[in-house]
Design a protein. Structure first.
Length: 378
C-alpha cells in the first residue's frame, strides 16, 4: 500500500536501487521545507513509504537462531525514543530466532559517557558477542570500546556515533547532510526567510545532534540563508525539565526570536509545551516523535511541521547489523551488502569521519495531514 512520496525520495530511489527501505516509514506529504531539500547522493537511501497499518512488522518469522548474546545500550532511560529503538532491536533479534536470554537491553541512568562506560564494562565481563551503542560522547568511549573489541566483541554504534576507531560500522538513521539541509529549510520557511532563531539541543557531547548542528551551520553559510541569525545553541540534555527551562530562557533572552529548532525528541516536546502555555508566536520545528507531538502540529499551532525517521527501524537495523558481524557475513567495510530481514538489502558506505555507516533512510516530514496516521505508531 504505497503512498505518495517526496521527490527527494524518488530521486534517492533512482540513485541506488540496491538499497531497500523498510515497511514502516510514514507516507510523505508536501511539507514546504522538505521539497527544497536535495539529498547528497552518497547519503540518501531510498525508502518505500507505506501506510501506518503495515507497521510495525516482522513478527513471528523466526529463523534458526545462532549462538551468542547481543546487547543494545541506548543513550539513557526515560526517553520514549530510546524505548522504541530498543523495541525494534528486540523484535528483530526475536524475528531471527534469538531467545530472551540472548538479548540484553540497557538504558543508562543518565545521558553521559560515564554511565555508558560503566555499562559497557559490565557487558565485557558478561562476555557478550556484540554491543550496539547510541553514544553519549564520540571520543570518551574509545578506550572501553577498544577494550571490548580486544576481547572479540563486535562494536557498532547506532543513532549517535562513536568515533571511527571505536566501531566496526554505524547505523545512521538518515544522512547527516540531508538532515541539516531539511532542518535549515524548515527554519528559513518558518522564519519567513529572515530573523533570529535558536537551537535547543540534547547534550553538548551528543555526536548525532552535534553532527546535525554542524551540517545546519554549513548550510546556513549559503547566500540563501543570509537573513537568518542563529542566536544560541541551548542544551536541555534530553531531560524534560531542563529543556523546559532552556526554552523559557531563550524566550526571555531573545524577544525577537522567530524560530526554535530542536533536533531532539525530548527537547521539541518540552519546547512545544512552553510555547503553547505562553501562547507564543515563536514557531517550532525539529525532530519529534509523532506520538508526543500530535497535539502541537498544525498550521496555526506551535509546530507547523517537523521531521523524524522510524526509531523502531533504527533498533531493528542495529540488530541485523550486529548479527551479520558476529556471523561473519560482513566486517563493516564499505561496499559490503547484507539483508536485514524484512527491511531488505543494505549497503555499508563510507562515512564522513573516515569510518563506515549504514543509512536507514531519509528523514520524513510530519504535517497536519499525516500526523494522525502516525501518532499511534511511534
Ligand atoms: C532524542 C535523542 C536521540 C535522537 C532523537 C532525534 O530522542 O537525542 O538520540 O536521535 O532525539
Amino acid at each position: 500500500m504505497k503512498k505518495k512520496v517526496l521527490s527527494v525520495l524518488l530521486a534517492a530511489s533512482m540513485i541506488s536501487a540496491l538499497l531497500a527501505g523498510c515497511g514502516s516509514t510514514p507516507a510523505q506529504t508536501d511539507a514546504p521545507a522538505a521539497e527544497e531539500a536535495a539529498p547528497a547522493e552518497e547519503e540518501a537511501a531510498p525508502a518505500e513509504a507505506a501506510s501506518a497499518e503495515e507497521a510495525p512488522a516482522a513478527e513471528g518469522e523466526a529463523a534458526a537462531a545462532g549462538e551468542g548474546t547481543f546487547a543494545l545500550v541506548t543513550k539513557s532511560a526515560g526517553n520514549p525514543y530510546n524505548e522504541r529503538e530498543a523495541a525494534g532491536f528486540e523484535e528483530a533479534m526475536k524475528a531471527m530466532g534469538y531467545s530472551d536470554s540472548q538479548i540484553i537491553i540497557r538504558h543508562p541512568e543518565s545521558a553521559t559517557a560515564d554511565a555508558q562506560i560503566t555499562t559497557i564494562n559490565e557487558l565485557i565481563s558478561q562476555n557478550v558477542s556484540a554491543i550496539a551503542i547510541a553514544a553519549n560522547d564520540m571520543d570518551a568511549l574509545q578506550p572501553v570500546c577498544e577494550q571490548a573489541a580486544s576481547q572479540g566483541i563486535k562494536i557498532i554504534s547506532l543513532d549517535s556515533t562513536v568515533n571511527a576507531a571505536s566501531r566496526m560500522t554505524h547505523v545512521n538513521q538518515a544522512g547527516t547532510q540531508i538532515i541539516g539541509q531539511t532542518l535549515m529549510d524548515a527554519v528559513k520557511d518558518l522564519a519567513g526567510g529572515e530573523g533570529q532563531w535558536a537551537i535547543l539541543s540534547a547534550t553538548s557531547q551528543a555526536s548525532n545532534q552535534n553532527a546535525w548542528i554542524a551540517a545546519m551551520k554549513e548550510v546556513m553559510e549559503g547566500e540563501d540563508y543570509a537573513g537568518l541569525e542563529l542566536v544560541e545553541v541551548a542544551y536541555g540534555d534530553d531531560e524534560y525539565q531542563k529543556s523546559v527551562d532552556q526554552t523559557q530562557a531563550l524566550l526571555t533572552n531573545y524577544p525577537d526570536l522567530k524560530v526554535i529548532c530542536a533536533p531532539t525528541t525530548v527537547g521539541i516536546m518540552a519546547a512545544a509545551g512552553v510555547l503553547q502555555d505562553k501562547n507564543s508566536e515563536v514557531k517550532l520545528t525539529g525532530l519529534g516523535l509523532p506520538s508526543e507531538m500530535a497535539d502541537y502540529i498544525g498550521t496555526d499551532n506551535v509546530c507547523p511541521y517537523m521531521y523524524l525517521w522510524n526509531p523502531i527501524d533504527v533498533g531493528r537495523l542495529g540488530a541485523y547489523t550486529s548479527v551479520a558481524l558476529v556471523n561473519g557475513d560482513i566486517t563493516g567495510a564499505a561496499g559490503e551488502t547484507f539483508t536485514a530481514g524484512e527491511m531488505g538489502g543494505y549497503e555499508i558506505v563510507e562515512a564522513s569521519d573516515g569510518g563506515t555507516e549504514i543509512i536507514v533512510g531519509p528523514p520524513f516530514a510530519f504535517t497536519p495531514e499525516n500526523i494522525d496516521e502516525w501518532k499511534s505508531v511511534y
